[in-house]
Write a protein that binds this ligand. Structure first.
Ligand code: SF4
Length: 295
């Protein structure tokens, strides 16, 4: 759909909240927040037509700064609660937001099964390579040799190669954006929301307070649009190589997508041919008769 600038501005107000922002100046969360609202508005989605789910972290405070249906879950647990909501009503777009800390440590098991299950939802990784909310501890994605508050001499472990890990799970949609490129991120998010199945969107996010290596300036200098260089997102092996190799430059955009795999709910045999959603089939059942057995 094509909206004028004034129509977009008016629709963006639907997502406004009275709560003040508490993010640091220059935080990449602002860019991701703006791109998300813009994507929803440009898709013609009103706040009551979408569910936004937040993990714990700096980004999670976005749940207070946005209008509409929101759910703020426990640390590392945003994916199961979002998947449950999506399974209850797969017609409602569900977007889950999580940080690299929670997603690749506390919640990594959920991430594995969300990707391989191909749930009908979008996952936005706020990837600032540290635990910002708890003051700059290293995460599994912190670079080698970077002093962090929890490891002033650099991390003793290997850094997890998150893209190689995601590609090993047979994903159906993998994209990478950058919090400083809002127009590109908006287009990525629109495609992710429309995708059939689980859309994984890794957003490299500036955290000027604690991340002194992948700064906004570094990302500006190193990120490039893969589509502009002829990348074909249907080629799994090339997409994987492009996603994993960040040694000189960082490819952004939709890196891989296939819609040939059905989403999880489409593969459930008892649901095939059923016109209603599970949430429409909820009934009030009087269980007092059963309970008498235990009195
Ligand atoms: Fe943003 Fe980092 Fe500040 Fe958190 S600590 S609000 S991620 S700049």
């Amino acid at each position: 759909m094509s909206l004028s600038a004034s129509e977009i501005g008016a629709a963006m107000k639907d997502y406004a909240s009275q709560n003040p922002c508490t993010w640091c100046d220059g935080c990449g969360n602002y860019g991701i927040w703006g791109a998300t609202k813009l994507a929803l508005v440009e898709l013609g989605l009103k706040p009551w037509q979408v569910l936004l789910c937040y993990d714990v972290g700096c980004h999670g405070n976005g749940s207070d700064k946005t209008g509409g249906y929101r759910f703020h879950g426990l640390h590392g647990r945003v994916l199961p609660l979002s998947a449950g909501a999506s399974l209850a009503n797969p017609t409602v777009p569900v977007i889950a937001f999580g940080g690299d800390g929670a997603s690749f440590s506390e919640g990594v098991g959920h991430l594995v099964h969300a990707v391989r299950s191909n749930y009908q939802m979008t996952f936005v990784l706020h990837n600032n390579a540290n635990y910002g909310l708890t003051t700059g501890q290293a995460s599994a994605l912190t670079w080698q040799g970077q002093p962090m508050n929890s490891s002033p001499n650099g991390i003793p472990e290997e850094t997890l190669n998150s893209m190689d890990f995601i590609f090993s799970l047979a994903p159906t949609f993998v994209a990478r954006g950058f919090s400083g490129n809002i127009p590109q991120l908006t287009e990525i998010l629109k495609a992710a929301i429309r995708h059939r199945g689980f859309a994984y969107v890794d957003v490299l996010q500036a955290c000027p307070t604690y991340n002194k290596f992948a700064t906004h300036e570094w990302l500006l200098e190193h990120c490039y649009d893969a589509a502009a260089e002829g990348h074909d997102p249907k080629n799994f092996e090339k997409a994987r190589k492009l996603a994993v190799d960040t040694s000189k430059r960082v490819a952004t955009g939709i890196l891989y997508q296939t819609e040939e795999q059905p989403a999880f709910h489409e593969r459930l045999k008892p649901r095939q041919g059923v016109k209603t959603t599970p949430v429409e089939e909820v009934k009030i059942v009087d269980v007092s008769g059963f309970l008498k057995k235990f009195v």
